[in-house]
Design a protein around this ligand. Structure first.
Ligand SMILES: Nc1ncnc2c1ncn2[C@@H]1O[C@H](COP(=O)(O)OP(=O)(O)O)[C@@H](O)[C@H]1O
Ligand SMILES: [Mg+2]
Length: 454
């Protein structure tokens, strides 16, 4: 568009408020030929402007519309005569254009709800030959497609960022699981190493107990002999010596000490056995297992953490053996039990229930702890979600449990809670035989169905 509007042209198709005039009193008359040339030039110019797909409007310094192009008149669905002379605000309203904020340093976004289009409006100053401001030309360039493409790109970016986050979490989870597996192996190795010395200490203590019995018998018989054959002074001397060396006390205390040592060694043996059972390195794969036994082994391991916090009540139902990864399930139960103990402030109760129903094994672990806030229920199984102090909680216990139960065993793990009353975690494991697992050596067994929370 010529920025200096022609004040004399005959109107072409573009609307113009400037009436063509042949001459004015102060201006010399224009001959017919010149007039025709001017008119043609104006027609050409306006024809050109009408070819432009962008909307164009020219306003004077008061914001009154002097002309607009065909694209604008089409959008407004009105003849030029009805648009020229309107204030710019009225014109935009007539065209159904709504301001929608800035879209650049010098431009504003306009939406056209009727068509769903979006325009970018730029204002250019119009000056006369002396450089005086005569008004402005506003252009409206349609940016609907660009905006849609930008939004698509934004969405893709968000998806990509989400996938990256998920990848990071999976990586951390894998690392954690590997660490746990390594700790399990280490524990099993240590247990194995302890077994040997514990074995010979037990055996030696047994022998020592026998020796002590013999020594005691010898002293008794010696005393009887003395009583029979020795004279009074020798008997008194022997009694004195016996007292001096506290033989009676030594014999009875040595017996007590040996009994305590044997009890202690028995306890070490039990701990070693529990450790071995818990880590089950010899069965670090899928096998047929009894879930009640898994719970018992886990309780034995977690006992030190639980005993000061809670009374543990067990209601074990009768369960069929199921094809599972016992080492992993022990990890799930351990995470749930430790969480339960940590939720109890002073002392409370942890109830473990198991039962068999509709081809599935159900396990619930209920505590009388502080409970879970409703807004946290949906986030429990997210990796790194924790309400515990830094260094106390990693936020990975439940996400690992979810992984093992849902993804590795095709089961479900859910949580419910009344804040202040306690929480219940429910694990559902489909009962499977070796054939159903589709993989006898481990790996993914289930379809991964099941909700994470209620
Ligand atoms: N028995 C429970 N009672 C109350 N809140 C629980 C219980 N179990 C889990 N939670 C909540 O779930 C969060 C995540 O648990 P978890 O994944 O084991 O991570 P962490 O124990 O390291 O915080 C905990 O921080 C806690 O807020
Ligand atoms: Mg935890």
């Amino acid at each position: 568009m010529g920025t200096n509007a022609n004040p004399t042209g005959t109107p072409g198709s573009s609307g113009s408020s400037d009436p063509p005039s042949a001459a004015s009193e102060s201006q010399p008359a224009i001959d017919r030929q010149t007039m025709e040339r001017i008119c043609r030039a104006k027609w050409d110019l306006e024809g050109m402007i009408d070819c432009v797909a962008d909307l164009m409007v020219q306003v004077d310094n008061d914001g009154v519309v002097k002309r607009c192009n065909l694209a604008f008149a089409n959008l407004a669905d009105r003849p030029f005569q009805q648009l020229i002379g309107l204030k710019i605000g009225e014109l935009l309203a007539a065209a159904g254009l709504l301001a929608a904020g800035k879209c650049g340093k010098h431009c504003r976004e306009f939406s056209h709800p009727a068509s769903g289009r979006v325009y970018c409006c730029t204002a250019y100053p119009v000056t006369d030959q002396q450089g005086e401001l005569r008004g402005r030309v506003l252009t409206f360039q349609e940016i609907t497609q660009q905006l849609a493409a930008a939004r698509r790109l934004e969405r893709k970016n968000e998806e990509l960022a989400g996938a990256y986050e998920e990848l990071k979490h999976s990586h951390a989870r894998l690392l954690q699981q590997e660490k746990l597996a390594a700790i399990g192996q280490l524990a099993a190795g240590v247990a194995h190493e302890i077994n040997n010395p514990v074995g010979f200490v037990t055996s030696n203590l047994g022998t020592l107990a026998k020796y002590l019995g013999k020594t005691k018998a010898f002293f008794e018989q010696q005393q009887q002999l003395l009583d029979r054959v020795a004279g009074a002074p020798e008997r008194d001397q022997a009694a004195e010596l016996r007292q001096q060396y506290q033989i009676d006390f030594v014999l009875s205390d040595a017996h007590d000490l040996l009994r305590e040592c044997l009890e202690g060694v028995e306890r070490v043996k039990l701990i070693v056995q529990n450790l071995k059972n818990f880590s089950r390195v010899d069965q670090a794969r899928f096998c047929s297992a009894d879930i009640n036994r898994c719970l018992e082994e886990t309780l034995a391991i977690a006992w030190n953490e639980l005993k000061y916090k809670a009374e543990v009540v067990k209601h074990y139902g009768e369960l069929p053996p199921t094809w599972c990864h016992p080492q992993q399930l022990n990890q799930v139960f351990l995470n749930l039990l430790i969480n339960a103990a940590q939720a109890i402030e002073k002392r409370g109760k942890i109830t473990i229930r198991t039962w068999h129903k509709n081809g599935a094994i159900m396990v619930t672990i209920t505590d009388t702890g502080r409970g879970i806030a409703p807004e946290h229920l949906s986030r429990l199984f997210e990796p790194f979600f924790t309400t515990k102090a830094v260094g106390q909680g990693t936020g990975l216990g439940l996400s690992i449990a979810y992984d093992i139960v849902v993804k590795q065993h095709g089961g479900e793990v859910t949580a419910s809670s009344a804040p202040g009353v306690g929480a219940t975690f429910r694990v559902r494991l489909p009962v499977r035989g070796e054939k159903d697992s589709g993989d006898s050596t481990g790996g993914r067994g289930g379809s991964g169905q099941g909700g994470a929370h209620e």
